[in-house]
Design a protein around this ligand. Structure first.
Ligand code: S3P
Length: 181
């Protein structure tokens, strides 16, 4: 189990919205006694606007520009980083992620996620309803991108958050041992 924090360890969590990046990230950060940088929160603080307001004023592309900038700013900091679900969409972001391992994909099915996030007014991509269908479309496009970026894939499902955390810690222990960090 990875207990010791090394300043060369800044795990990054990726995955579809609702997969638990922020909540598992919080537990992981607490375990190591380091901070959690939630990329969406970081963007909201910098912009002084909510995610839905950013989407409606600047469009999705405007949000993606801010997201890429934010990612560049936070990568390499000694913290756990929880990205937004679409952070893997741009090639430049994927390149950056590949240069900052370990990247952990919280892999969850659209069916698992739909119940968890249905009706969430803070997530513009599902604001129009049809949450399951939208998640299925996103999964089709993004699963291969998550897979390409990930050093470790954690299948979410029946697993509790505690089990998920332990599984990630086991991976990190092996990852650190491999690199001697
Ligand atoms: C998005 C996911 C959201 C947020 C924005 C766009 C996406 O983050 O960045 O609404 O494209 O999947 P979460 O994955 O934390 O919900």
């Amino acid at each position: 189990m990875a207990k010791k924090y090394s300043d060369q360890l800044s795990p990054i969590l990726i995955g579809l919205m609702g997969s638990g990046k922020s909540s598992i990230g919080r537990r992981l950060a607490k375990h190591f006694g380091i901070g959690l940088i939630d990329l969406d929160d970081y963007i909201v603080r910098k912009a002084g606007q909510s995610i839905p307001d950013i989407f409606s004023e600047r469009g999705e592309e405007g949000f993606r520009d801010m997201e890429s900038r934010a990612l560049r700013e936070v990568l390499g900091k000694p913290a756990v980083i929880a990205t937004g679900g679409g952070a893997v969409l741009r090639e430049e972001n994927r390149e950056l992620l590949k240069c900052h391992p370990p990247v952990i994909w919280l892999k969850a099915s659209p069916e698992f996620l739909a119940n968890r996030i249905d009706g969430d007014s803070n997530r513009p991509l599902i604001a129009a309803g049809g949450t399951l269908k939208k998640l299925q479309q996103l999964a089709e496009i993004r699963y291969p991108l998550y897979e390409r970026c990930a050093d470790f894939t954690l299948p979410r499902g029946d697993m509790t958050k505690r089990e998920a955390l332990h599984s990630i810690l086991r991976f990190l222990a092996a990852w650190q041992a491999d690199r001697g960090v």
